[in-house]
Design a protein around this ligand. Structure first.
Ligand SMILES: [Zn+2]
Length: 57
């Protein structure tokens, strides 16, 4: 199952598509793949390339 959840490889922040990242202009329901290329981890500032697909916990 693809949960659509991605985890930051640096700080383990979890991106959940259902929640999005409203504080940074990402609407709830936005898949990780559709985040802008300049989106970075809201917690540590890591670029998207540091994220990896993860299962819910
Ligand atoms: Zn991070």
């Amino acid at each position: 199952m693809d949960s659509g959840i991605y985890k930051c490889g640096l700080c383990e922040y979890i991106y959940r598509p259902q929640k999005g990242d409203p504080e940074n202009g990402i609407a709830p329901g936005t898949p990780f793949e559709e985040l802008p290329d300049d989106w970075v981890c809201p917690r540590c500032g890591a670029p998207k390339t540091y994220f990896y697909s993860a299962d819910d916990e």
